[in-house]
Design a binder for this molecule. Sequence first.
Ligand SMILES: Nc1nc2c(ncn2[C@@H]2O[C@H](COP(=O)(O)OP(=O)(O)O)[C@@H](O)[C@H]2O)c(=O)[nH]1
Ligand SMILES: [Mg+2]
Ligand SMILES: [Zn+2]
Length: 285
Amino acid sequence: MIGRVIKIVSNQYTVLYEGKRYEAVAMGKLRLKQSPVVGDFVVLEELEGKMCIQRIEPRKNQMIRPSIANVDQAMIIMSMVDPVFSCQLVDRLLILIQHAGIQPFLVITKVDVCEMSEQMLCWIEDYRHSGYQVILHKKGEENNELKELLRGKITVLTGQSGAGKSSLINTYQPDFEIKTQSISKALGRGKHTTRHTELHEVCGGWVADTPGFSSLDFDRLSVQDLKDAIKEFEKADSCRFRDCVHENEPGCGVKKAVEDGTISSIRYQHYLEVLHLIQNRKEKY
Ligand SMILES: Nc1nc2c(ncn2[C@@H]2O[C@H](COP(=O)(O)OP(=O)(O)O)[C@@H](O)[C@H]2O)c(=O)[nH]1
Ligand SMILES: [Mg+2]
Ligand SMILES: [Zn+2]
């Protein structure tokens, strides 16, 4: 029996197998090496009337905070206004999400509050041109595109507090409660609360009740990690120098692609900002 862990409370695991929930414990030998986390596929076996987790299947990715394995996608929820849309914040989240090996998409909430500015329309167009799916959300209105995206997948939410995460998910699943752990308003550090995590069924998929990427933390990112995390750079021709940071080097494929509009110049500017953050951090130590 291979099921999926959808909830953990201390040593008690809830495993979903063919649509049914089983309460299980992890074998001691397992807990010594690597404990199962929410999202894990695990091998279950019945021993003396008790369900036991024998083995964890290999993970395709793993998030640390919240601790979830095999995350399919991250939904970035940003409001158009109140708090005002920040392209810089979205791009920083894209870097962290893609670095974690997770597919991002963007939901813009509160588009019903006022007319959309030219600037906002440009940003949306720019994200779509870069290959990101952008969904516009009006309060209380269900969106078929979003329902399709959630089905059968594990989704982690991220976004500023007040952006409308709770309201959005509540449109589809009224009992859903999101634990407060959002990106702090300034591009600073979030709260580091550790609690148990649970996946909830929403539109035929699984949504984590704890937001992720709340600390916008580039401390552990190397320049190479950063370059690899900008998916759009794959569209560029290769650079003359292997260690090109795409800033002042001659023969840079990325700069060329920015100039001819293949790569978004907004995303490129935000890349440079983070590059400088990482480079300055290196000099400090
Ligand atoms: N008009 C409008 N208000 C919204 C929308 N989404 C959220 N809100 C309001 O924005 C506030 C913050 O929403 P909430 O879901 O608590 O944000 P969270 O902190 O991200 O969970 C609440 O007063 C919501 O009613 C929307 O699409 N349109
Ligand atoms: Mg909330
Ligand atoms: Zn380059």
